[in-house]
Design a protein. Structure first.
Length: 298
């Protein structure tokens, strides 16, 4: 985090005195935290430019009562845009990223519901228009591992298009429609397969990618699993694996927030086994003008 942002962070503690009993009682963050708008402007500058992500270290949220965490995260998120719901039968604005042991037989957990490594991907790839920002708040990091990995699409494209074969694959990846399966957790009915078809590369988002979701989508709609599409996907996946040395690694601590440009950066995590690891995730549509965003309260 740029050092000059730190001066605004401790002001968050003062916000707790304005927090009411329900989310509806909360005032807008910009009205009770004067430094927030300057912080938001710097966040947007880093998200939309280089490096495409921001880490806010040691936010004092954990010094507040737990019931305030989600409400305050929502208020921070709405200064950037509109917090998006996960979708599905139990649609939520804030999603707990934690290993779950209470899953029913036959249920396939998303990468947010299990331990272990997570391959590089973008979020909301199964939505017609993925939110532009992913916010992750660390409540409890893993005792070992579980570090965040980041890869810029520009770096990936440079590697992909450095050869004739890669350039041919890129043409397919930005023209063919690939099926992105909706994870069980976010389906309208968990046992009914759903998918969204879209190109992997486009103007906005620059990249939409999650390998296992596409493979599952091919099984749902085999007509989209053409020879060219499979070849181009395999080519891209191999390039991503080979660019591991170019990924950025962030070891986040309790109280940290990372905001990621979901239209331009792939993110993942290293392996971990600590079942106590807990992050809170919000996805934010940042297309809306600042100060005019509202989230769905239904």
């Amino acid at each position: 985090m740029p050092k000059h942002l730190g001066q605004y962070l401790n002001e968050l503690v003062a916000v707790s005195s304005h927090v009411g009993g329900t989310n509806a009682d909360l005032p807008r963050m910009k009205d009770v935290w004067p430094g927030l708008q300057r912080l938001v402007n710097q966040i947007l500058k880093n998200l939309q430019g280089s490096p495409g992500y921001v880490v806010l270290q040691a936010l004092p949220l954990l010094t507040l009562e737990q019931k305030y965490h989600e409400a305050l995260l929502l208020r921070i998120a709405e200064t950037l845009g509109i917090p998006g719901r996960t979708g599905g039968a139990n649609s939520k604005l804030i999603w707990e990223v934690r290993p779950r042991s209470d899953l029913p037989t036959g249920y396939v957990p998303s990468i947010t519901e299990r331990d272990g490594a997570a391959d590089l991907h973008t979020d909301s790839q199964y939505r017609s228009y993925p939110e532009g920002c992913v916010l992750l708040f660390v409540v409890r990091p893993a005792s070992s591992g579980g570090e965040t990995l980041l890869l810029d699409a520009d770096t990936l494209l440079e590697s992909l298009t450095s050869g004739v074969e890669g350039r041919a694959a890129y043409d397919v990846l930005r023209q063919a429609r690939f099926p992105f399966a909706v994870p069980m957790a976010f389906r309208t009915e968990s046992q009914t397969p759903e998918y969204v078809a879209a190109t992997i590369f486009s103007e906005t988002p620059v990249i939409r990618y999650r390998h296992d979701a596409i493979i599952e989508g091919f099984a749902i709609d085999p007509d989209l699993a053409t020879k060219d599409a499979r070849w181009a996907l395999d080519t891209l996946s191999e390039v991503i694996r080979n660019t591991a040395a170019k990924t950025t690694r962030e070891a986040l601590s309790a109280g940290d927030i990372i905001l990621i440009n979901n239209h331009r950066l792939l993110h993942g995590r290293t392996d971990f086994t600590d079942t106590r690891r807990l992050l809170l995730r919000l996805r934010i549509d940042i297309r809306q003008p600042q100060g005019q965003a509202e989230h769905d309260g239904s």
